[in-house]
Design a protein around this ligand. Structure first.
Ligand SMILES: [Zn+2]
Length: 84
């Protein structure tokens, strides 16, 4: 998760009443933006297609995957991207 102000990596701590913590600096006024599904987002669509291809889907259309399955899919898609 990245801070929406400075793009540094941040992590949520403290449970439901928690707050964002920067890995490398103390900036309590910075907020991170949660990531939600966006139709038409090319990266999200590519990862979703790879998850459907790689992971088992049950009769209700739900994906059955471990964290390792999802990480493998996300890494394989990320490695197709040009270097930033
Ligand atoms: Zn920040």
């Amino acid at each position: 998760m990245l801070c929406s102000v400075c793009s540094e990596g941040v992590q949520w701590v403290g449970g439901t009443d928690g707050w964002w913590v920067h890995a490398h600096m103390d900036t309590p006024d910075h907020e991170a933006t949660p990531v939600y599904w966006q139709d038409g987002d090319r990266l999200m669509e590519a990862i979703a297609a790879a998850v459907r291809a790689y992971c088992r889907t049950d009769a209700n259309g739900l994906i059955h995957a471990t964290a390792q399955d999802i990480a493998a899919v996300a890494a394989s898609v990320a490695r197709l991207l040009p270097d930033a």
